[in-house]
Design a binder for this molecule. Structure first.
Ligand code: HAM
Length: 430
């Protein structure tokens, strides 16, 4: 009979103990920081009705769905993101809950993407959302959690930064430039893609698809390419007199002012080129990148005030983000910020005479009851091999059950680092 072998599916990961420890290191930081901000953890099912995503998530994600018809003829999809599930879960159930609702989740998500650096077909994603608060204070709180999550993992402003825009501001600016209302979606698409496209290509599209003349298309690109304080001042200088723009600028100033008060000024930059591909965003949007610009985005989020209504619930304002473990893991490894994950136990019991195996098992059990980690060889082995196994297990101390010591109701404890030995009565170990 020929032996069949099974390869892992492309874009999926096995988590060997050291990989799982690294994943838990990341998820641990996310959970810790969520708690510091008073967010509560929730989850939903990994499988949802396909329609929950179609027309709500945006073309890119919908094109990447894992979907099929189940045995009850329902069209279902593996969740590619958490936000539509959150909107569905809260739909009407939010009514009995005090607002704002502060929830977080760490789901595994599935997208049939072209596999590339930083993009897999499954990933774990930290989702933090505030629901039921329309004020800019919620936007501030949400990006602050994201940045603190990264700081908890050892990343600083030299390693990561957030690029922030506001779709309402971009809309007001585009209308002021002369873009017709119906052409706004087309303009958003061009701007979303402009960084990855050659400049001439964006210039052509702004004329052909958005209807700007060459001069205006050129000055629009120039304005959009100015980021940071200069970018904000540029918009103010050119369009700040217009009431529609001034209102939006005021909100941006308040947002950046709050982040400065929280100590995040060096982590955030205004940048109108951040649009976000997802269809449901309605206000401030942001993405977090590595400073060197070598990796894809670590995190993305923003305000989505109409999604709950779109999935059949009550209209409720909402803001949140998703941060994946894949790009973040690559960055932490590149910066040597991955923790050491060597195995560890408190004791390894070395059995010298096989007649003392049951004594070893009794000691192991008693120590485990007290919360100490214990291992011993599962079958008769030479002492030298048992000491090697103790080293591999990362034992802090070895308990040696030598015949002479056991005859005197004692055992020898050896510290594996210092080599120091001391005799201990067996009754203290059992
Ligand atoms: P997203 O921009 O699609 O947003 O994903 C957020 C983050 O998840 C990305 O920045 C990236 O780190 C990670 N990510 C996405 N796709 C993959 C992939 N195929 N492989 C590895 N990592 C990936 C959302 O999903 C929104 N639902 C976030 C949100 C929550 N907005 C409001 N609340």
């Amino acid at each position: 009979m020929s032996k069949q072998t099974f390869a892992r599916l492309p874009g999926f990961r096995d988590f060997l103990p050291e990989d799982l420890a690294f994943r838990e290191h990341i998820l641990g930081a996310w959970r810790r920081v969520s708690a510091l901000y008073g967010f509560q953890e929730y989850d939903g099912p990994p499988l949802e009705l396909l329609d929950l995503y179609v027309e709500k998530s945006g073309e890119e994600i919908v094109g990447q769905l894992y979907h099929f018809q189940d045995k009850g003829d329902r069209k279902v999809a593996l969740r590619p993101e958490m936000t539509p599930s959150l909107a569905r879960i809260l739909g009407e159930r939010h009514r009995s809950m005090p607002k704002p609702i502060r929830w977080f989740s760490v789901p595994q998500l599935f997208r049939y993407e072209r596999q590339q650096k930083g993009r897999l077909r499954e990933h774990f994603q930290w989702n933090v959302d505030v629901i039921g608060e329309e004020g800019v204070g919620a936007d501030v709180e949400v990006i602050a959690v994201a940045l603190d999550g990264l700081r908890d993992l050892g990343l600083g402003h030299d390693d990561v930064y957030a690029r922030v825009s506001d779709r309402r501001l971009l809309t007001a600016v585009l209308l002021a430039i002369g873009v017709e209302k119906e052409r706004l979606p087309a303009a958003f698409v061009v701007i979303d893609k402009m960084e990855r496209a050659p400049p001439d290509h964006s210039l052509d599209r702004l004329q052909a698809e958005v209807g700007l003349d060459e001069g205006r298309a050129r000055s629009t690109l120039e304005l959009l390419n100015q980021s940071g304080r200069g970018g904000l001042d540029g918009v103010k200088g050119e369009f700040g007199e217009l009431e529609a723009v001034a209102v939006e600028l005021e909100r941006m100033e308040e947002y950046f002012g709050s982040l400065e008060a929280m100590g995040f000024a060096s982590y955030v930059e205004f940048d109108l080129r951040i649009v976000r591909g997802l269809a449901y965003y309605t206000g401030i949007v942001f993405e977090i990148f590595d400073r060197k610009g070598e990796l894809r985005s670590i995190c993305g989020g923003g305000r989505y005030d109409r999604l709950l209504e779109l999935v059949g619930g009550d209209p409720l304002p909402a803001v949140g983000f998703g941060m994946g473990d894949v790009v973040l893991g690559e960055l932490l490894r590149a910066l040597d910020l991955a923790p050491s994950v060597a195995p560890k136990v408190d004791y390894f019991i070395v059995i010298i005479g096989e007649e003392h195996r049951k004594l070893a098992q009794a000691i192991a059990h008693a120590q485990r009851e007290k919360g100490a980690g214990v291992q011993y060889s599962l079958r008769e082995q030479p002492v030298r091999k048992q000491f090697t196994a103790a080293g591999n297990a990362g034992a802090r101390e070895v308990i040696v059950l030598g015949p002479d010591e056991v005859a005197r109701d004692c055992a020898v404890l050896r510290n594996m680092d210092s080599g120091e030995e001391r005799e201990v009565p067996l009754k203290e170990l059992q």
